[in-house]
Design a protein around this ligand. Structure first.
Ligand code: ADP
Length: 207
């Protein structure tokens, strides 16, 4: 079922008869959530269709510290996410696209963990790279799947059977944007369980 099917079903239900104010409010909240999800899918598909050309061409500069401490912290304010980043770390490229990279990896870390588990984001300045590590204590990714999860429409073998929703597009977008911006991404196992996504991005050297 796509978000559009859910929106259509919800609208049919609401329009069929009169409801209480509370019921209307709940329906609208559900429709708003599904709309947001649909917007994300369309945005992702459009970026993938163009192979994110703009990501390799862009010479814009953005403040990663600001992006994490404000937009990302705000988006995940109701989740158990901690963010450790020094002030004034800058990257080169499109901030909006890098925001989607972080949103996808952190969103997955939450989605594939239990609500009480903490998700940790740590940014380090290592030589000429900025290393962003996202730690979770969730279900983990077996070695046999680590290279497959970046393929488009790939979903882990045990996630569908566990009823965890998704379209298998997020990590495909992540890999394309990170690579086009000159970075690299790898997946490690966390201890005692879970996953660490490590994103290495070229540091902006101020002259
Ligand atoms: P989706 O989450 O919609 O299935 P993604 O492209 O974001 O698609 O991820 C692909 C697959 O990678 C997921 O189906 C899941 O099997 C696995 N995965 C991604 N992130 C995590 C994570 N933090 N922990 C465990 N599995 C993950």
């Amino acid at each position: 079922m796509t978000p559009l099917t859910a929106i259509s079903t919800e609208l049919e239900y609401v329009l069929k008869k009169e409801h209480s104010a509370e019921e209307y409010k709940n329906s609208l909240l559900g429709i708003s959530e599904q709309t947001h999800e649909m917007i994300n899918i369309v945005k992702t598909l459009l970026i993938l269709a163009k192979d994110c050309e703009i990501c390799s061409d862009s010479r814009k500069v953005f403040n990663l510290s600001h992006l994490l401490k404000n937009q990302i912290a705000n988006e995940f304010k109701n989740d158990n996410v901690s963010i450790r980043v020094e002030d004034n770390i800058y990257l080169i490229g499109e901030a909006d696209y890098f925001y989607m990279v972080l949103e996808n990896i952190i969103g997955n870390a939450i989605k594939y963990s239990s609500p009480t588990d903490e998700v940790k984001v740590v940014v380090e300045d290592v030589n000429d790279m900025i290393k962003i590590s996202i730690y979770d204590n969730g279900i983990g990714i077996p070695d046999s799947e680590k290279h497959k999860v970046f393929d488009s429409f790939y979903r882990g073998v045990n996630v569908e059977s566990n009823g965890i929703k998704g379209y298998g597009l997020g990590l495909n977008l992540v890999r394309i944007v990170v690579n086009k911006m000159g970075g690299d991404i790898l997946i490690l196992d966390n201890e005692p369980k879970g996953t660490i996504f490590v994103v290495d991005m070229p540091k902006l050297i101020m002259e």
